[in-house]
Ligand binder design. Sequence first.
Ligand SMILES: Cc1cc2nc3c(=O)[nH]c(=O)nc-3n(C[C@H](O)[C@H](O)[C@H](O)COP(=O)(O)O)c2cc1C
Length: 222
Amino acid sequence: MTLADLDALFARRYSCRGFRPDPVPREIIEAIVNAARKMPSWCNAQPWQLTITSGAETDALREALWDQAMAGGHDPDLPFPSGYSGVYQQRRRTCGWQLYEAVGVEKGDRAGSAKQMMENFRLFGAPHCAILSSPAELGPYGAMDSGGFVAAFALAAQAAGVASIPQAAVAAHGAFLHDYFDIPEDRLILCAISFGYADPDHPANGFRTERAGVDDIVDWRG
Ligand SMILES: Cc1cc2nc3c(=O)[nH]c(=O)nc-3n(C[C@H](O)[C@H](O)[C@H](O)COP(=O)(O)O)c2cc1C
């Protein structure tokens, strides 16, 4: 495996927003988690824990989440960003517009964009959903370590031909998820990762996001 091979894998991964219903075999899910667990974490605490649904359990979650989202409310364990300004606001808008353009929602069509946003709570049709949590006492560093785990999961999944999408939108319903999955209060629910096989013809999968260049990221010294 060369860096070029790894870079090609990174380039193939994208956030999938339209899945086929067929399940991922348990041994493949296990192999993905087995790969992702090799990520580093501070003090090797390995704070990540997953609750993974399959089959009827995913469908039941989809229904319950939908009802929860329709009822409104917003109580994530991890505070959502307080704002996006400057270049971050620009990037956020650009990827939003890319998605809406792909699914045929015109600028200013609030009902259309809200409908697409609600697809989060249908888990974009994915056959599996992983709920990721970290011990509250590890605070932001537990979340930071777990972010690495999310990336590793998505890349390992991609290597196995499995598409995925991390979803903060699901974690917005913190109390509901704690209750639904019996996840103790001393753990922070960080995000969901919906995954399965991509529907390549789904319009929401018809765009790819951009990235800032290396020189935009690095302040070279010496
Ligand atoms: C922690 C995290 C949370 C995310 N939450 C959502 C979400 O709730 N809904 C969604 O559609 N995409 C979500 N995404 C996907 C991002 O929008 C996506 O990663 C970004 O636009 C870059 O595109 P790419 O993943 O296709 O390369 C999330 C990504 C991350 C890493």
